[in-house]
Design a protein around this ligand. Structure first.
Ligand code: FES
Length: 350
């Protein structure tokens, strides 16, 4: 027989402790039973119950307000707004607001549910014996009866304020997920069809950052240009140059086979998009004898003396040409934007 000190109140019924002696339990694992149930203040005082009810509803309302704040944050804060917030340092205002509002919306739903369960739902502990996995019809009937009793005790039907505000909070929280769809990016609208080129914009040499004159473009050379007004320090420079990048060559006018190309050129200086119409690589190889340019990615080859039509490779159509002229200061300028989308051919289908 083993010996063990057991507090008197935990001993099975019928076992006594001798004065100051160690009581030896016959069954040290006997079920001590449940302590007597102590009613809470809300169980005996209806005014306390009402206070708890209002507290739970208040938390659900706070959750709703936080969700509204989440949605408002999307509208109020620009994506690139950075703010200093102690102790976090420099953070994105939008992300900070979204994180806090969504966190608070979820927290107050959880806090409201916990407070409801702790103060208003029944806290009577019930012990149930283990039973076979397959429940008998009597047990099933008992479960259903317990469920119905639990539902009644929770006050779900009776406490309409809690029920309705909880439904409101749960209904609003999914809106946060809908708003996150905005992170898939803004609609492109006409951005893929237009570039920074416009009538009167001078052609700027991308190496020297100086405006180009026709005499700067030598026969046989390949010059890259961007529109006047663009700067490599612009936040959207990479996005815009990916559409506006231009390559300029000089071809003897009598060697230009395409009539429109000749009209859109100036004294043999022609300007074409540098972006390959296959999948958008920048073209960089020029063969001056044949006037062919080669895309290094998949070897699409374009004839710049014949409207930049494709003579080899997977590209689907000719490189867009930019119509150019000379302004009264003698600099090359655009006479408009490209008349078709630059880059991969599938954009033409839109
Ligand atoms: S991207 Fe130019 S050939 Fe494929």
């Amino acid at each position: 027989m083993s010996t063990q000190e057991i507090p008197e109140e935990n001993l099975p019924a019928g076992q006594d402790t001798a004065h100051g002696a160690v009581k030896v339990a016959d069954d040290p694992f006997a079920d001590p039973g449940l302590p007597p149930h102590k009613p809470r203040i809300q169980d005996i005082d209806e005014r306390a119950a009402r206070r708890s009810e209002r507290a739970v509803a208040f938390m659900f309302v706070l959750s709703m307000l936080a969700t509204v704040g989440f949605i408002a944050s999307y509208v109020i804060f620009p994506v690139d707004k950075i703010v200093y917030i102690w102790p976090f340092g420099r953070v994105s205002a939008l992300n900070f607001a979204l994180g806090w509002t969504l966190g608070l919306a979820l927290f107050f739903i959880g806090a409201g549910a916990v407070h409801w369960a702790r103060t208003l739902m029944s806290d009577v502990e019930v012990a149930d014996e283990r039973h076979p996995m397959e429940a008998s019809p009597e047990v099933k009937a008992k479960v259903m009866a317990d469920f119905a009793a639990g539902a009644a005790e929770s006050g779900f039907g009776r406490r309409k304020l809690i029920r309705n505000t909880m439904f409101g909070a749960l209904a609003l929280v999914p809106l946060s997920g809908v708003m996150l769809l905005r992170d898939m990016g803004p609609l492109p609208e006409k951005k893929l069809r237009t570039t920074k080129w416009a009538r009167g914009k001078q052609l700027i040499n991308m190496n020297t950052h100086e405006p180009l004159r026709p005499e700067d473009v030598a026969v046989g050379s390949l010059t890259f240009a961007m529109p006047e007004g663009m700067s490599e320090h612009d936040h959207d420079f990479q996005v815009e140059i990916a559409k506006a990048a231009l390559m300029i060559v000089r071809i003897q006018p009598e060697d230009i086979k395409d009539k429109r190309e000749l009209e859109w050129s100036h004294e043999g200086v022609v300007a074409f998009s540098k972006i390959c119409t296959h999948v958008g690589c920048p073209i960089s190889l020029y063969e001056q004898q044949t006037h062919h340019v080669l895309c290094p990615c998949h070897q699409s080859t374009f004839d710049l003396s014949d409207g930049a039509r494709v003579i080899f490779g997977p590209a689907g159509h000719a490189l867009p040409q930019l119509r150019i002229g000379v302004n009264d200061k003698g600099f090359l300028e655009a006479l408009g934007d490209f008349d078709e989308p630059v880059g991969p051919a599938f954009w033409e289908r839109g």
